[in-house]
Design a protein around this ligand. Structure first.
Ligand code: HEM
Length: 201
C-alpha cells in the first residue's frame, strides 16, 4: 500500500488481471501443444514454441501490473510483501494468498526456464509442470476475490469458463495422446503379411 487511490487504478487492476489470465491460458495451451510435438504445414512446431514463450512473458507482465496497481492503490491494504509471501495481506488474506501462490509458482517456472541450459532437463520439466498447479489456484483466486466474479458478471464468468474449458480440453488431449503413444510402444510387433516364416513341404 503506497498512499494513492483512484477508480482508474482499480479498473487497471481488473483489466490487467483479465488480460493476464487470458494470455496465461493461451500460453498454457500452446505449451501443451509444444510438448505434444504438434505442428501443421501452415503452422510449424517452432512457431507454437515461440508464441508460447512470448505469450508467457506477456502474461507475467500483465499479472505484474495487476499486482502493482493493487499494491499502489491505498483503497485496499495490500502490501508489496503480499505479492510473494502468501498470507501477508491483511485484506482478504486467503483469497489474495491464492493469487500469491499462483504468482510464486509462475515465477518459479519463469526462473527455471531462464536457467534451462544450466539445470538438468528433468528438473526443468518437473518445475514446468507447476503450471498445472498454478492454473486452478489462480482460478480460485479469481472466483473468490474478483469484484466481477463475485457480482456474477456474465462476461467475466464467460471468459473464465472459456479459459478453463480450453485449458482442460488441451490437457485431456495431451493425456490421451501420451496414452496412445505408450500403447503403440508396448504393443507386440505385428507380423507383416506376405511369405510364411516356415516352409511347408
Ligand atoms: C497468477 C497470478 C494472478 C492472476 C492470474 C490473477 C488474476 C486475477 C483476476 C482475473 C481477478 C479478477 C478481476 C475481476 O474481477 O475483474 C483478480 C482479482 C484480484 N487480484 Fe489477482 N491475480 C493474480 C495474483 C494476484 C496477487 C499476487 C495479488 C496481490 C498481491 C492479487 C490481487 C488481486 C485483488 C486485490 C483482486 C480483486 C480486484 C477487484 O477488486 O476486483 N492478485 N486477480
Amino acid at each position: 500500500m503506497i498512499g494513492v487511490t483512484s477508480p482508474w487504478l482499480w479498473y487497471g487492476t481488473r483489466a490487467t488481471a483479465v488480460v493476464g489470465l487470458v494470455l496465461l491460458t493461451a500460453s498454457a495451451i500452446l505449451g501443451i501443444f509444444t510438448n505434444a510435438r504438434l505442428g501443421w504445414k501452415l503452422w510449424p512446431r517452432w512457431a507454437t514454441q515461440e508464441v508460447h514463450r512470448r505469450s508467457s512473458i506477456l502474461a507475467l507482465v500483465f499479472i505484474t501490473i495487476h499486482i502493482a496497481t493493487t499494491v499502489f492503490d491505498s483503497y485496499v491494504p495490500v502490501h508489496l510483501a503480499a505479492a510473494v509471501v502468501p498470507g501477508a495481506s491483511p485484506y482478504q488474506r486467503w483469497s489474495v494468498a491464492l493469487g500469491t501462490v499462483a504468482f510464486d509458482l509462475l515465477l518459479t517456472v519463469l526462473i527455471s526456464s531462464l536457467l534451462r541450459s544450466r539445470i538438468k532437463i528433468e528438473w526443468w520439466r518437473a518445475l514446468h509442470y507447476l503450471t498445472y498447479l498454478a492454473a486452478p489456484v489462480a482460478v480460485l483466486h479469481v472466483l473468490l476475490l474478483g469484484t466481477d466474479a463475485k457480482k456474477g458478471s456474465h462476461w467475466l464468468l464467460a471468459v473464465l469458463g472459456v479459459c478453463v474449458a480450453a485449458a482442460t480440453g488441451a490437457f485431456c488431449l495431451r493425456v490421451l495422446r501420451t496414452l496412445k503413444l505408450r500403447g503403440l510402444r508396448t504393443a507386440p510387433p505385428q507380423r507383416l503379411p506376405g511369405r510364411p516364416r516356415t516352409r511347408s513341404r
